[in-house]
Design a protein around this ligand. Structure first.
Ligand code: NAP
Length: 271
């Protein structure tokens, strides 16, 4: 399997995440794409992008060389049990289900084919997602690892991570968009307090975040140096930063992520 080869990719569950991934592949590459979802309406926008709707998941598994499971975590084990007899050793199985470890996936397919655990985040919906990929299954060939990294790299940012780092990745970057939107909402609220309309404030806050991210991505300077650039001695910004420091904002953000991390560990025991 090679990235320049046309792949045959099937996705079981074409909701938010499965739909975003298939839509990304449809826009950026010429692979043959299949989708299966219990909710037929979910398939409509994907069919318009060239994804073929499959009537049942067994046909999808038989036809695809790469099968992506994008179902709610509690459904994964049951579905894997159903498709297992139809998996071929050359099939590559990927799961984006949060909290379902590589070991659970491997156990469920019982060596029928290699498995890859993937953790995306919601900017995937606009082709700007992050994908943590666990390529620890010894059954994976080098070429398959390369193909998967390139494939997800073509629709966002792909990072290879060992399974034991997935909870940390989820707590920071999987949950991350919610933290960012929380900060965006708070700044919008502050702008409204100072007399901007909510629409105007929200639009400008979007520009602020996009611009700041672009600035950070385009420089070697770290975040602290970029913050210092705005904090002139005796100026306005340093007073705002001092207030946040006095209130322990940084510690609060670190603790929020740790709380999410602990919850992730608990959920992993349940799934
Ligand atoms: N959304 C995120 O931000 C995010 C981030 C990282 C990881 N994930 C992971 O991605 C996975 C999918 O999440 P999601 O937000 O995309 O869920 P979703 O929008 O609910 O999509 C799942 C889809 O699968 C369908 N479905 C249920 N059982 C099925 C079956 N047996 N065969 C085929 N289709 C079936 C559902 O239909 P019904 O609605 O009719 O049941 C639904 O349309 C989850 O495991 C989640 O942990 C999500």
């Amino acid at each position: 399997m090679h990235s320049r080869t046309v792949l045959s990719i099937g996705c079981i569950g074409c909701g938010n995440m499965g739909g975003a991934i298939l839509a990304g592949f449809a826009e950026r590459a010429s692979h043959t794409l299949y989708g299966y979802d219990l909710d037929r309406e979910r398939m409509r926008p994907l069919i318009a992008k060239g994804v073929r709707a499959v009537a049942d998941m067994i046909s999808l598994v038989r036809g695809a060389t790469m099968v992506i499971i994008a179902l709610k975590p509690h459904l994964v084990e049951q579905v894997l049990r159903e498709i297992k007899p139809h998996l071929k050793s050359e099939t590559l199985l990927l799961s984006v289900a949060a909290g379902v470890s590589l070991d659970s996936l491997k156990q469920a397919v019982d060596g029928a084919c290699p498995v890859v655990r993937v953790m995306p985040n919601t900017p995937a919906l606009v082709g700007a997602g992050m994908y943590a990929l666990c390529l620890d299954d010894p059954a994976l060939k080098m070429e398959q690892k390369k193909t998967v990294m390139e494939l997800f790299g073509s629709i966002g940012t792909a990072v290879e991570l060992p399974d034991e780092k997935f909870n940390a990745f989820t707590a920071v970057f999987g949950a991350g968009p919610a933290y960012v939107f929380y900060m965006m909402q708070s700044l919008t609220q502050a702008a409204v307090t100072l007399g901007f309309t909510k629409t105007e404030a929200a639009r400008l806050v979007n520009v602020l975040f996009a611009g700041s991210a672009k600035l950070a991505q385009g420089t070697e300077a770290d975040h602290a140096a970029l913050q210092d650039m705005v904090c002139s001695p005796g100026g306005v910004t340093i007073c705002g930063i001092n207030y946040m420091d006095r209130r322990g904002m940084r510690g609060c953000i670190v603790d929020a992520v740790l709380a999410a991390y602990m919850r992730g560990l608990d959920l992993e025991k349940i799934v």
